[in-house]
Design a protein around this ligand. Structure first.
Ligand code: 7RM
Length: 660
């Protein structure tokens, strides 16, 4: 009993902090919003008159033609549109208009290479020139409006240029994270039938100076019939096999391309991009975003949440392979004419001071990173950040998973010198932009809480039966009552799956898949996923995908995968594996399983622990009860919860005693 009480207390303590931090006066005086009263006033207006509010915010975007109706939606059919009939171009908004307004010689992009000796700066003029050449290069390869282009690259300027070039000609980009394996690349290309692949000869990251991107792609391209051409950026100059008639060097294509390319006139609801994210079945979902609402929402949120002022240096450390890079390195900041930074390397190369060195070198003002990076850096002690001058920092942000008090406090005191507000931003690939967040100079923050909804966002907590939990001090499933401009529009090629995943669990509402608590102040505290997705170092991994991969080992009968807390990665993967009868358990089996997962999905999906077991805890209908496995993996075995619905409760005993 004492044990259970203590555990409950510890859990409560971890989730609910006692600390709170008032907005700093200097920030408050200069902030766009600057007081809680003003936030409340605008928030109330945005909820009472959403169409009026979003029509006003939409003015920050340049439209070739305005919309008829601001929104149309029916969550019961998973149908949503914003600014329908309006015309715009995302690339024009991120580049051309800044040049037309006389800001062409201002910096658009600062690129910091893996080694600090490698730097590039592109002005908006430079970007306009490069983007037009790249857009014409794509056209020369046969890409037309509506075609899908897969982009498989590392963090180099050409990646941003490739995105904007697609947007310019109305092609739909599908960025595949550069560390994904050839198999993952293959299924993503085939799912959306991409016509062209843009990649690079080799990648450079940390101590790795020759990541064989093109070679990986070639492996994939044996099984991707839709790909007609491959555009290859030269990054390292490594020997690269080019296939005649299919592969084209980026620099050669750019040389022969026409320098003028008019931006395509797109409808607000024309697709802008597809980005794959793991789901609870093995097949990744192609999250599809459209143009108008996405541009309005990402630019509005970037403006208010990062309180971005002209000339400030803004650095989001995410990879453009994830939604955070799409929305808050490229589209949001560039629509706002920000100076956006892009970093090719990793936080621990050449040493653990790399982030702080870059902040000092480029005088970064706004820094947006992930809790997993903070934990890894915090572990190495305060001397690394203390070696550098971090006085340029004005605002800090986090995203990707719940941030716990120790790393929040470290961020606040050691990095922010107790002077910088921290915006803990909750959102998803599916939401396109930040949904729940503090505002600088406005919100009193508490470590671990994303605090309050952004303008126009109406979150709700519901219990498992869908009953709305009113008032404060409640905990349940996080849903949204209404759409916002950047909500995804469909799962590419599978609208039924879009409906089933997000709108069927709680009819008439968007279900985030996250659990959440609303405290006595009305602040939101995300407690983590309630479905079968594990977040490892900020990467979303579907349990089913990993289980499917483990199952490919010839000795494996069945596998169930869960996450358990990990000091650095946030969560680590624990695999429970049943072997086929008569197969021997050996260390070799373990390493082979790990190898298969690494090859199928990527290194971040490799199980840290593998436990062989005679059986898995299943309900009578055959559904594995992952809740029990999660408790075992987290060593939380005193309180496994109700096991009476199991088909065979006796399996639990051996699972517990043989845990690793
Ligand atoms: C932007 C992004 C989405 C999932 C989401 C949450 C978790 C993200 C926070 C967070 C607590 C946060 N897109 N998550 N941000 N949890 N506090 N500030 O990460 O599609 O890759 O992941 O990430 O579980 O549902 S994502």
């Amino acid at each position: 009993m004492f044990f259970m009480l203590r555990k409950a207390f510890v859990r409560h303590y971890l989730i609910k902090s006692m600390k709170s931090f008032k907005p700093n006066e200097k920030i408050k005086d200069n902030a766009y919003i600057g007081s809680i009263e003003k936030y409340n006033e605008i928030y109330d207006y945005s909820i009472k008159n959403p169409e009026g509010f979003w029509a006003e915010q939409a003015e920050r975007i340049s439209w070739f033609k305005k919309w008829g109706k601001v929104w149309n939606w029916d969550f019961n059919k998973a149908e949503i549109s914003w600014f329908e009939g309006a015309k715009l171009n995302a690339c024009y908004n991120c580049v051309d208009r800044h040049v037309e307004n006389g800001f062409g010689n201002e910096t658009a992009l600062i690129w910091e290479g893996n080694n600090s000796s490698e730097n590039r700066k592109l002005t908006y003029d430079d970007l306009l020139r490069e983007v037009q050449l790249a857009a014409n290069s794509l056209k020369d390869l046969g890409v037309a409006k509506g075609d899908r282009v897969c982009i498989y690259m590392q963090m180099i300027p050409e990646l941003t240029i490739a995105l904007l070039a697609c947007a310019r000609i109305g092609a739909v980009h599908s960025v595949v994270f550069g560390a994904f394996s050839p198999d993952s690349l293959e299924s993503r290309i085939n799912d959306s039938e991409c016509k062209v692949l843009v990649t690079q000869d080799a990648g450079v990251r940390g101590t790795k100076t020759d990541i064989p991107m093109k070679k990986n792609a070639d492996e994939t391209l044996k099984n991707t019939p839709s790909i007609e051409k491959v555009l290859v950026v030269r990054r390292t100059g490594s020997p690269t096999e080019m296939i005649r008639g299919r592969d084209v060097w980026w620099h050669e294509a750019m040389e022969s391309a026409d320098s003028l390319c008019e931006p395509e006139i797109m409808d607000a609801e024309d697709p802008l991009f597809i980005l794959y994210t793991s789901g609870s079945t093995g097949k990744p979902k192609g999250v599809m975003h459209t143009t108008g609402g996405y541009m309005v929402y990402t630019s509005t949120t970037h403006h208010y949440i990062f309180d971005y002022k002209p000339g400030e240096i803004y650095w989001c450390t995410a990879d453009i392979g994830w939604i955070t890079g799409h929305s808050y390195i490229v589209y949001g900041p560039m629509a706002n004419r920000a100076v956006t930074m892009m970093f090719e390397g990793v936080p621990n190369y050449p040493d653990y001071g790399r982030f702080w060195e870059i902040i000092e070198k480029h005088k970064v003002n706004i820094f947006y990173t992930a809790p997993t990076a903070l934990r890894a850096l915090m572990k190495e002690g305060d001397n690394w950040p203390k070696k550098y001058n971090l006085e340029s920092l004005r605002l800090l942000g986090t995203v990707g998973e719940p941030i716990k008090e120790p790393e929040w406090m470290w961020y606040h005191s050691v990095i922010g010198n107790e002077r910088c507000p921290i915006v803990d931003t909750w959102w998803q690939t599916e939401t396109g932009g930040i949904m729940i967040t503090p505002l600088p100079g406005v919100t009193e923050t508490e470590p671990g809480s994303a605090t309050r909804p952004f303008f126009g966002i109406l979150p709700q907590l519901v219990d498992d039966e869908g009953n709305v939990l009113e008032g404060n001090n409640v905990e349940g499933n996080l849903v949204m009552e209404r759409p916002w401009p950047s909500i995804m529009r469909t799962v590419y090629g599978d609208h039924q799956r879009f409906f089933d995943t997000y709108f069927s669990r709680f009819p008439g509402k968007y279900f985030s898949g996250d659990g959440c608590k609303r405290d006595e102040k009305g602040y939101y505290w995300i407690t983590g996923r309630v479905d079968d997705v594990i977040i490892v170092s900020g990467h979303n991994l579907g349990t089913a995908e990993i289980e499917g991969s483990i199952g490919r080992h010839p000795d494996v009968a069945e596998a169930a995968v869960v996450g358990y807390p990990h000091e650095i990665k946030g969560n680590s993967i624990y695999a429970f594996v049943t072997l086929r009868t008569g197969r021997k358990i050996t260390e070799k089996t373990k390493s082979e399983i790990a190898k298969i997962v690494r090859a199928d999905i990527g290194p971040h999906a490799t199980p840290e622990k593998i436990q062989f077991t005679e059986g898995l805890p299943k309900t009578r209908s055959g559904k594995i009860m992952r809740r029990i496995l999660r408790n075992i993996a987290s060593d939380n075995v005193d309180n496994l919860g109700d096991i009476s619905t199991l088909a065979d409760p006796s399996v639990v005993e051996s699972l517990v005693s043989e845990r690793i």
